[in-house]
Design a protein around this ligand. Structure first.
Ligand SMILES: Cc1ncc(C[n+]2csc(CCOP(=O)(O)OP(=O)(O)O)c2C)c(N)n1
Length: 660
């Protein structure tokens, strides 16, 4: 038997529906509907090497509609990725199976990103396409020159993040981006006509995308459209008219095929209809062989690429490997130490957002992989420095992205850049607008990506802009996300240290929360050690066994220091702990934690934010000063007094608690 196109596509369909049936859970409709499109892409166009899933110049394939995960697993198994065996597919949705309910990013497996929350994959793909262009600019088109392909569904395009990220992609003219729209006009509630009547052609063309429409079950039409996209000067969307649950006599074209196993009887009917004579999980060797041949094409492609790579001079090769393997330059730590000495000698009283800009000025030129940006708040977040050059449409020489007022896209795009490898993304907005990008921040953490969020205007300390702009609960939200470091530095030295930690942490994203207002320089001694790496440390202590331990972060460390001096005047022995990162403190030894928190002392925490979570450090007898309501619009001094965030209040409370 010589397999024909339909056999290849049906292999994808049946692996998918059999796995969903066995798990009795999952989404068969999408893999059945998009099997033809995916087969054309993998058979004729996609550059990939299952023997080396991390080959840097591979095309990226993103399943933004993550619920159709079995489509991806089937393709990876059929083309010969070691990561996905037939056993894994049989264990779809079982504990610890790589074939999880929705694709979960894992390096070197072919699963390029974690998808499931609709729209995220699209933003990731835009980030990957930017990373591709940027690396191509840095290293030349014979080292980096690939496409980013995406499958996205109705739901992906309904989500706001799709509007934001596709609009930016159109503006930047990301020509190497090719999106397949699974245009089956069905979502969970039923036909999409229940909720949407967008004119997609006009919508996407208005963004500056090239739009084509094909019958998503016609090999030739699909192939012709992809071919045309390859030479486009714009990002490409191919609307594929498909039938959800294609091949199912009773469920095709209906939302009943979207998110539940078809049922044994219906699966049998699909077998009859598509003339698939094989048992569940059985792929005849001719068909598997044909798929494996498709996978093997990449070996030669990578070999050719290696020849190009080998022709490069040593300096380029070393730098290329350094960036794709996420290694910092050899002189990085030295430069940080030099900056530290300089900052210590200057002892500047500046806002931590300005400190952050000073750090960036010192490191931007030695880190060509650093790509910064802001969601239209560059001047406020201080994310752009004199070394920042804007990335422009079709011109990726720069190192700075003006994301526009698109926080969600910014975060999703940064995830995509980090996933691509070779780029370290950082991006800024006000901390309050975490609310506009939180889903992607969560995914940075879930995937363990080196993404650096610069969230300035981090408290009521921003003053007159008032409660709509003053974050209260945001630090708590962030600290509740696993695998995320939330830094809130107190002065120029801590800001430098937090940046150093963010850049050195390869598998953990970082948030650096920064003040709008000026902060006094509080570091007392110059240390080579990165004190912030301990999460918390003593900044003021004069005598052993303090009665009171004042713990503060960021802008409130100064209040703690003032209170310390006032307590000293009335003979109360206290000490001040700066806690720039709770997550890192929590990882310290029991001995260190006890040393910092002093078992038998009264503990008072001060942070201009929700007090939720501080009880962990102050204990049942301690006190937390913070925000229990929304803020107010007023000058900063009045606000701190109004909300009792003052050293006088600290002293009053300490005296009361100590009975003095
Ligand atoms: C942000 C987000 N909201 C809701 C969901 C739940 N959900 C999963 S698929 C889906 C819509 C399904 O419609 P479509 O995107 O057209 O996929 P298809 O039915 O064609 O497979 C929804 C609402 C989700 N995964 N992500």
């Amino acid at each position: 038997m010589i397999p024909i196109f339909k056999d290849l596509a049906n292999a994808v369909r049946f692996l998918s529906i059999d796995a969903v049936q066995k798990a009795n859970s999952g989404h068969p409709g999408l893999p059945m509907g998009m099997a033809d499109v995916a087969t054309v892409l993998f058979k004729y166009y996609l550059r990939f090497n299952p023997k080396n899933p991390s080959w840097i110049d591979r095309d990226r394939f993103i399943l933004s509609a993550g619920h159709g995960s079995m489509l991806l697993y089937s393709l990876l198994y059929l083309t010969g990725y070691k990561s996905i065996s037939i056993k894994n597919i049989q264990n779809f949705r079982k504990l610890n199976s790589i074939c999880a309910g929705h694709p979960e990013y894992e390096k070197n497996t072919g699963i390029e990103t974690t998808t499931g929350p609709l729209g995220q994959g699209l933003a990731n793909a835009v980030g990957m396409a930017i990373a591709e262009e940027k690396m191509k600019k840095n290293f030349g088109s014979n080292l980096i020159n690939h496409k980013t392909y995406v499958i996205a569904s109705d739901g992906d395009f309904m989500e706001g993040i799709s509007h934001e990220s596709m609009s930016l992609a159109g503006h930047l003219k990301l020509k190497n981006l090719i999106v397949f729209f699974d245009n089956n006009k069905i979502s969970i509630d039923g036909p999409t006509s229940l909720s949407i009547s967008d004119n997609y052609k006009k919508r996407f063309e208005s963004y500056g995308w090239s739009f084509q429409e094909v019958n998503g079950h016609n090999e030739k039409e699909i192939s012709k459209a992809i071919k045309k996209s390859l030479n486009s000067k714009k990002p490409n969307i191919i609307s594929c008219k498909t039938v959800i649950g294609y091949g199912s006599p009773n469920k095709a074209g209906k939302s009943s095929s979207h998110g539940a196993a078809l049922g044994e009887a219906e699966v049998e009917l699909v077998r009859k209809k598509l003339k698939w004579k094989y048992k569940p999980f059985e792929i005849p060797k001719e068909i598997l062989g044909e798929w494996r041949k498709i996978g093997e094409k990449g070996i030669l492609q990578e070999k050719k690429w290696n020849q190009n790579y080998n022709k490069k001079n040593k300096k380029v090769k070393v730098e290329f490997l350094r960036t794709i393997n996420d290694k910092l330059p050899k002189n990085f730590s030295k430069i940080i130490q030099q900056q530290k000495k300089k900052f210590f000698s200057l002892k500047r009283n500046i806002a931590s957002r300005q400190s952050s800009a000073s750090v960036l000025e010192g490191i931007t030129n030695i880190l060509p992989e650093l790509v910064g940006g802001s969601a239209d708040l560059s001047g406020s977040n201080n994310t752009n420095t004199k070394y920042s050059i804007a990335i422009k449409p079709s011109n990726f020489k720069g190192n700075y992205i003006h994301y526009g007022v698109r926080e969600h896209a910014m975060a999703g795009i940064m995830n995509g850049m980090a996933l691509h490898k070779g780029i370290i993304p950082y991006g800024g907005t006000f901390l309050i607008f975490l609310d506009y990008c939180k889903p992607s921040v969560r995914l940075s953490a879930l995937m363990g990506l080196k993404v650096i969020y610069i969230f300035s205007h981090d408290s009521i300390g921003l003053g007159e802009d008032g409660p709509t702009h003053q974050p209260i609960e945001h630090l708590v939200h962030l600290r509740a996300i696993p695998n995320l470091n939330v830094f809130r530095p107190a002065d120029t030295i801590e800001t430098l240290e937090c940046w150093e930690l963010a850049l050195k942490n390869s598998n953990i994203p970082s948030v650096i929360a920064l003040s709008r207002q000026k902060l006094p320089f509080v570091t007392e001694a110059l240390t080579q050690k990165n004190m912030s790496s301990l999460g918390a440390y003593e900044v003021k202590k004069e005598n052993p066994n303090p009665e009171v331990v004042l713990i503060a972060s960021g802008s409130e460390v100064q209040i703690a220091i003032e209170a310390f001096e006032k307590l000293k005047e009335i003979n109360i022995n206290s000490k001040v702990v700066s806690m720039p990162c709770q997550e890192l403190f929590d990882k310290q030894s029991k001995e260190y934690k006890e040393k910092i928190l002093e078992k038998n002392s009264l503990k008072i925490s001060i942070e201009a934010s929700s007090i939720h979570g501080w009880e962990k450090y102050v204990g049942l007898d301690g006190i937390s000063l913070g925000m229990k309501s929304f803020g107010k619009s007023a000058p900063i001094k009045d606000l701190y007094e109004h909300f009792n965030l003052t050293s006088n209040n600290v002293v009053k409370l300490a005296k009361k608690m100590l009975g003095k």
